[in-house]
Design a protein around this ligand. Structure first.
Ligand code: ADP
Ligand code: XUL
Length: 530
């Protein structure tokens, strides 16, 4: 290992393929990206995906698009001045749950690629299913029922695999392919997750699925870290052989393939480290440890937690931890995040975040007892939609008495709900708890102050707008040094998160009762929906 060594991280997300190159201090030296819709218009994707016109629940992406994107990305890195011979190791990440179907003999093609030709020319005939189902698909409710029944219900499935059955999860997607296209299924040599598919291109053979991304399939026993036999049998025949064995997320899988050595001048001993899902990679990129709660305020809002023990979650997901085989991580997804905040900003503050913040800051903590819950789209946790506004007497009203009350009701309501659900999964708040805020709305200090108050915890920010791709760069280095150093030591030169907001003294008196009020409201809504 030399001081000159560099680390390559990749992220194949829904809309683009990104690469980042990091030096020994994990500072970026090069970056490149390929936007699917605009850089590869011939695939006719919108937002990187293809929605079936006859059934809007069916959402896929052309597998070859991703291969072609890699051809372009490599060229762009070269144009940016990249000397690939300096790269000591590669790791990567991808949108979770989607699957890639390799046609018989595809592995042989991968092993014998001609360095004079593009990958997409040579892999054109390598897939038995041309369009990969992705995480936005929601067309597999029947298959979900079958999986839950196979193990005695949703709770048992959640205990075994970390999640109850979800339509986007890979098990249900594979089951649907087997039922609808049995011939294509039988012609499939191997099935990869999108992360292990991208890894396979660098490795020159089919890469194993890592346990962390593998936890997003409803097929892996997250405690034994082995495929669950009964669930495999219920899904499709001979599935074990098609999936191959799983590995720890930081496993060094081997040297980069001769294709990359001959075409792009990688060194022959450049290591390929297992690739993982974007949420596990974000946990790495945020350098999360057990006392932290990461709250990402993006298009949708997500909460990440480090777990030392697995838990049974009926709302949310438990994945094997990508840094530590003994540990786990929890992920809670809330669909109504920034887009709902934008809706209220537009109706109350004329589209201005500054005005929105003035309104928010002109109301007191607790909002005079008013409380609002706003779900523009059917929420994931809880499974409800619509606006729910309650005045200080607890009466349901159609709207609040003023714009400022409306704005505070939205922000408090969003964070009160998150606190309730984080408590529900057993997270214990104490004086050590710290919140790491990321995502687009983490720029907004007024919103973060409410987050700090509702959770009664200090809020920090980290300049990691690209946590997933950074995480894969960190993992590339960590895997090489794992025998000598822990993750904290490998990343010790990176800046610490910056403290932005601290909670006011009186917040527990105000927000503990509001969290209880929220629980009652949700019970009533759920009862009415039954
Ligand atoms: P994604 O989850 O798609 O990666 P981002 O994390 O980039 O998205 O977040 C995008 C969102 O950030 C936008 O929808 C926007 O509403 C929100 N945002 C940007 N600036 C602000 C701000 N100053 N205050 C609140 N929200 C903001
Ligand atoms: C997580 C999920 C998405 C995808 C795409 O369960 O479906 O976050 O990983 O980013």
């Amino acid at each position: 290992m030399s001081e000159e060594d560099l680390y390559l991280g990749l992220d194949l997300s829904t809309q683009q393929l990104k690469a980042i190159v990091l030096d020994q201090n994990l500072q970026r030296t090069h970056e490149a990206s390929v936007i699917f819709d605009t850089d590869l218009p011939e695939f006719r994707t919108h937002g990187g995906v293809v929605q079936d016109k006859s059934n809007l629940n069916v959402v896929t992406a052309p597998t070859l698009l991703w291969v072609k994107a890699l051809d372009i990305l490599m060229d762009r890195l070269l144009v940016a001045g990249m000397d690939f011979a300096k790269i000591a190791s590669i790791s990567g990440t991808a949108q979770q749950h989607g699957s890639v179907y390799w046609l018989k003999n595809a592995e042989n093609t991968l092993k014998t690629l001609n360095p004079d030709q593009f990958l997409h020319i040579q892999l054109n005939g390598a897939f038995s299913i041309q369009n990969s189902p992705i995480w936005m698909d929601s067309s597999t409710s029947q298959e979900c029922e079958i999986l839950e029944k196979a193990v005695g219900g949703p709770e048992n499935l959640a205990e075994i695999t970390g999640s109850k059955a979800y339509e986007r999860f890979t098990g249900a997607q594979i089951a649907k392919i087997y039922r609808n296209k049995p011939e294509s299924y039988h012609n499939t040599e191997r099935i990869s997750l999108i992360s292990s598919f991208l890894c396979s291109l660098f490795l020159g053979k089919i890469a194993p699925i890592d346990i962390s991304d593998g936890s997003g399939m409803n097929l892996l026993d997250i405690k034994s870290k082995r495929w669950h036999q009964k669930l495999l049998e219920e899904t499709a025949p001979n599935l074990k052989e098609k999936l191959g064995d799983v590995v720890s997320s930081y496993t060094i899988l081997g040297d980069v393939s001769s294709y990359f050595v001959d075409r792009w001048c990688f060194r022959t001993d450049c290591k390929v480290v297992a690739f993982t899902g974007d949420n596990p990679a974000s946990l790495i990129g945020m350098r999360l440890s057990p006392e932290w709660l990461a709250v990402s305020l993006g298009t949708s809002d997500t909460i990440f937690l480090w777990l030392n023990e697995p838990k049974v979650l009926l709302e949310g997901h438990v994945f094997c931890n990508p840094l530590d085989d003994e540990a786990y991580m929890a992920l809670l997804c809330f669909k109504n995040g920034s887009l709902t905040r934008e809706r209220i900003r537009d109706s109350c503050a004329n589209g201005s975040w500054d005005l929105f913040n003035q309104l928010l800051e002109s109301t007191p903590r607790g909002n005079f007892g008013n409380m609002g819950l706003f779900y523009d789209r059917k929420e994931i946790i809880p499974f409800v939609s619509g606006d729910f506004c309650y005045n200080k007497r607890g009466e349901k009203v159609t709207k609040f008495s003023s714009l400022e009350v409306q704005v505070r009701a939205l922000i408090e309501g969003q964070f009160i709900a998150k606190r309730a659900h984080v408590e529900d999964i057993g997270f214990k708040f104490n004086s050590e708890t710290k919140i790491l805020a990321t995502g687009g709305a983490s720029k907004n200090k007024a919103i973060l102050q409410v987050l700090s108050d509702v959770f009664n915890s200090p809020v920090y920010i980290l300049d990691t707008s690209n946590a997933a791709v950074l995480g894969s760069g960190y993992q590339a280095k960590y895997a090489l040094y794992k025998k000598e150093k822990c993750f904290k030591e490998v990343t010790e030169n990176l800046p610490e998160p910056k403290l932005l907001c601290s909670p006011f003294q009186d917040v527990e008196e105000i927000y503990i009762p509001m969290v209880e009020k929220y629980r009652k409201i949700i019970d009533v809504i759920n009862y009415a929906n039954c």
